[in-house]
Design a protein around this ligand. Structure first.
Ligand code: HAM
Length: 427
């Protein structure tokens, strides 16, 4: 017997029963993002590998352990499947000189991302994100942080996500981050050997990650050395900035919790960082996350004289669907199901289908023949509103019997008039 194939580990098919839920969610997302002034951007699913290592950080798990590189790519052009969307959007922003065209660019994207993770519930190798990025010369206002957070919470509310909880923190400015790194390294030096292998590796290049490491021993060290709820020592300006963000959130009635050790796994963040969790997801409970990444523009070759501001987030669609009440989509109905009882009537059925579709009436047929009973049951299964029957008599008389599938009422209509009749009935 020939080998059968399965969907690759960590990926899944979105089958026709589930696809309408995805479509509904994506339609809502597009509508809401546009209502906040964001415009859709579509970037390739793979990019230069260096784009990701330069932006997400060499020490981030995403680059270090999870980047899926294309083996067939030529050596001089290492390519990797995108693990997230921010780096690509910034690459495209700079490449297309958006900074010369507008003060602030507001993008959203919806699409698949790829990470070579160990699959488990809510953690996949191909997953989908709805992402939003606000980038520009005018991008450094704390009100953009608040707007981004408001948009993320608005989307999750519209998707009926259960128990969304917003946790925020500030990493401070680029300069703050440098000072805090030195401070953290000094504090942790004596305990370096107790930290997990990952944290020991990150110690020099991204000591912040020790703060939110899930390893029990690292947590004990953090609690003993830094204190469980101790905020990071930010400069006055950064504290003021964070204060503005919090006030704007309070003013717009958005509940949040300050999580002083939330640092995020990607290197590019400064100032506000956040994560949104939902109920019932088990250990992978983050439905979305994001933050401010002003310095990434410079790191990826932006104009040195320009002070860019940038902030964004991404929501994981698979996790959203796990955390919503609605698990079943409405069955997809069709306007007409054409039934022809003899093979020689199929040409006429085909012509009728084509006329219906040209008039924007959705229609299908079985082209199989069979008993009236079995064909009717197929029309039912297809959730057809009307069955259009071409039997012996109808074929002879150039008519069609139109059966309303919900009331069972049936009438005979001239073949030449059937499209108009159905149109009227659907209206
Ligand atoms: P992230 O935290 O890596 O951030 O991912 C955002 C969301 O994508 C997560 O909260 C989760 O819902 C979903 N997600 C991530 N990895 C997986 C996975 N393996 N399986 C299923 N879902 C997953 C980013 O990607 C940043 N680019 C967010 C951002 C945008 N920051 C600024 N702008």
């Amino acid at each position: 017997m020939n080998k059968t194939f399965s969907v690759p580990r960590g990926t899944s098919d979105i089958l026709p029963d589930a696809a309408p839920l995805w479509e509904e969610l994506e339609t809502k997302a597009r509508k809401i993002c546009k209502s906040y002034g964001y415009r859709e951007i579509r970037t390739p699913v793979y990019e230069d590998t260096n784009l990701f290592s330069r932006s997400l950080g060499q020490t981030s798990d995403v680059v270090n352990k999870q980047l899926l590189e294309l083996a067939s790519a030529k050596e001089d052009e290492g390519l990797a499947l995108r693990p997230e969307g921010t780096a690509s959007v910034v690459r495209s922003y700079l490449e297309n000189s958006f900074d010369k065209k507008e003060q602030l660019s507001k993008f959203f994207y919806i699409g698949p991302m790829f990470r070579g993770e160990r699959p488990q519930k809510g953690r996949l190798r191909q997953f989908h994100q709805i992402g939003v990025e606000a980038i520009g010369i005018d991008g450094a206002s704390p009100f953009h942080d608040a707007e981004i957070l408001a948009l993320a919470m608005h989307l999750l509310q519209e998707f009926n996500v259960q128990g969304p909880k917003l946790k925020i923190n500030s990493l401070g400015s680029k300069e703050d981050k440098e000072h805090i790194s030195i401070w953290l390294r000094t504090e942790f030096t004596k305990h370096k050997n107790e930290l997990c292998e990952d944290c020991q590796n990150r110690f020099e290049r991204n000591v912040f990650r020790v703060l939110d490491c899930k390893n029990e021993v690292c947590r004990k060290v953090v609690n003993a050395v830094i204190g469980k709820d101790k905020a990071l020592p930010l400069s006055d300006n950064s504290l003021k900035y964070f204060g503005y963000v919090q006030k704007a959130l309070k003013d717009s009635g958005i509940n949040f919790e300050i999580s002083p050790h939330l640092v995020r796994g990607l290197d590019y963040y400064t100032h506000t960082v956040f994560e949104i969790t939902a109920e019932g997801l088990g250990s992978q409970d983050a439905v979305g996350a994001g933050g401010r990444y002003d310095r990434l523009l410079d790191d990826l070759g932006g104009n040195e004289k320009t002070e860019y501001g940038a902030i964004g987030f991404a929501l994981g669609i698979e996790r959203i669907l796990l955390a919503t009440e609605k698990k079943q989509a409405e069955p997809q109905a069709i306007d007409a199901f054409v039934i022809e009882t003899q093979p020689e009537y199929q040409h006429r059925a085909f012509q009728l289908l084509s006329d219906l579709r040209k008039n924007s009436i959705s229609a299908t047929a079985s082209f199989s023949g069979g008993s009236m009973k079995s064909l009717m049951s197929r029309a039912n299964k297809a959730s057809a509103r009307f069955a259009l029957i071409i039997g012996d008599q109808e074929y002879k008389d150039k008519t069609v019997s139109v059966k309303n599938m919900s009331t069972g009422q049936q009438e005979t209509v001239q073949l030449s008039e059937v499209v108009e009749v159905i149109k009227k009935k659907l209206n």
